[in-house]
Design a protein around this ligand. Structure first.
Ligand SMILES: Cc1ncc(COP(=O)(O)O)c(C=O)c1O
Length: 426
């Protein structure tokens, strides 16, 4: 590996040479095992085989990737490998600069996943942190308005409510007609945003894919509409979209895009990603600061430097991204679509399951809502888990009585069929 040799040559210390070599040993052992298995549309067992590459309990049918993903065994092993290397000389790895270069490469991979410049990519802890950074650090005041819909997740919403009384700006949360989402078109969604953006709106917040019914918002069109109406900052919650769809934030024309790779990128828990447009970086004060801060004044890393952090975990993010890439972005999206189609078709045929999500794939994702007729969703969820090991999330908010199903590529048609069989007997 040329990079390895060049880097090792540049390193001055013997300790440094052997230590960096050990990190590369873990990375190379990981890379040698990719691709894990090809997703093959014509061979349904390829999906079940892929599941073997995870550590999910065999008694569990995991339909809850929208809440939290599960890490592939191979990525987990790489993580353990980095932890071991780190513990062999913690000072060296945490503070000795050894993992600066690997960290830069993780940023590059994350930026490629988002379709942005690495200089605009910050490695945070989760989506909530990204939104909190901006809500805390942006100069907003009396007369300014922050707008979002009731489909906005609290991780992208509470920070604005928290700061509004401190800074004097207002928050307008408008009702999203979630019960009618099946009948909505892209234009209906656009009109809704159009009606709720006012001349005082400085910040518009929206999910790319919401976590309740899985509507894929027309982000590019909404961002353009908002700009035309004078909105300064379009801030997008990508917690459910990164790893779910092919992304190009530069093309979307937004200012902020935050995500939680522990969901659909299957990274270790407690990692986040934040794209921030250059102009916004200059306008936002960091939420937390420490001794190294002056170094990062003109860099997005000013939002990332708050003292000691879990570098082995951060380095593992690069492997999680590589793992996902090895499955193939298109193959993954095709599989998500297939599972959505199978589930929806079964719901439309069934007497007891009602489909509650958008009806067309371009507005949909591998995260959707159904209702079991005449049953309370929280009770259905509890009994399906306790009696049959099904994991999904019930919703009893906004007039909904739904189960949110969020399968990943290795979930199978048999599992879906069993869901329908079992819920018919409730
Ligand atoms: C749409 C959406 N936004 C934000 C969040 C918050 O994510 P985190 O706790 O990783 O910040 C979630 C979590 O489920 C979510 O679904």
């Amino acid at each position: 590996m040329t990079y390895r040799r060049t880097f090792l040559k540049q390193l001055g210390t013997v300790a440094g040479v052997s230590a960096f070599g050990r990190l590369l040993d873990v990375q190379e052992a990981f890379a040698a095992q990719l691709p894990v298995s090809a997703l093959d549309e014509s061979n349904s067992s390829s999906y079940a085989l892929l599941r073997e590459r995870y550590m999910l309990d065999s008694e569990i049918t995991y339909f809850n990737h929208g809440s939290i993903g599960t890490i592939p065994r191979l990525v987990h092993e790489a993580h353990v490998g980095y932890l071991r290397v780190c513990e062999s000389n913690p000072w060296l790895y945490m503070w000795g600069g050894e993992w600066e270069e690997p960290r830069a490469r993780v940023r590059e991979k994350a930026a490629a996943t988002f379709g942005c410049d690495p200089a605009d990519m910050c490695i945070t802890h989760n989506t909530t942190e990204g939104f909190s950074t901006v809500a805390n650090g942006l100069a907003l005041g009396p007369g300014d308005e922050v707008v979002f819909s009731s489909l906005n997740h609290s991780g992208a919403g509470v920070c604005w409510y928290h700061n509004a009384p401190l800074k004097g700006f207002t928050v307008k949360e408008f009702e999203f007609p979630v019960l009618d989402v099946r009948d909505m078109s892209v234009d209906d969604v656009l009109n809704l945003y159009d009606q709720n953006i006012s001349s005082s709106t400085r910040v518009l917040v929206l999910p790319h894919i919401d976590n309740v019914v899985g509507l894929v918002h027309p982000v590019k069109e909404i961002a353009q509409l908002a700009r035309d109406k004078g909105v300064e900052i379009v801030a997008v919650d990508g917690a459910q979209s990164v790893g779910m769809l092919e992304l190009n934030v530069s093309d979307l024309g937004v200012d902020l895009y935050c995500a939680s790779p522990h969901k659909w990128l299957q990274s270790p828990k407690g990692l986040g990603l934040m794209y921030m447009r250059r102009e916004l970086q200059d306008a936002v004060h960091p939420m937390w600061v420490t001794w190294g801060q002056a170094r990062w004044r003109d860099s997005i890393r000013k939002f990332e430097d708050y003292g000691t952090r879990n570098l082995p975990e951060l380095i593992t993010l690069g492997d999680a991204i590589d793992f996902q890439l090895s499955l193939g972005t298109k193959a993954k999206v095709d599989r998500y679509r297939h599972l959505w189609e199978v589930f929806r078709a079964a719901a439309l045929e069934s007497d007891h399951v009602i489909w509650r999500s958008p009806d067309t794939w371009p507005m949909s994702a591998s995260l959707f809502a159904v209702e079991v007729r005449d049953k309370v969703s929280t009770e259905v969820s509890q009994s399906m888990y306790q009696d049959h090991g099904f994991v999904f999330r019930p919703f009893r908010t906004q007039g909904l009585n739904t189960l949110r199903i969020s399968p990943n590529v290795y979930n199978t048609e048999d599992e879906i069929a069993r869901f329908f069989e079992l819920t018919a007997r409730l």
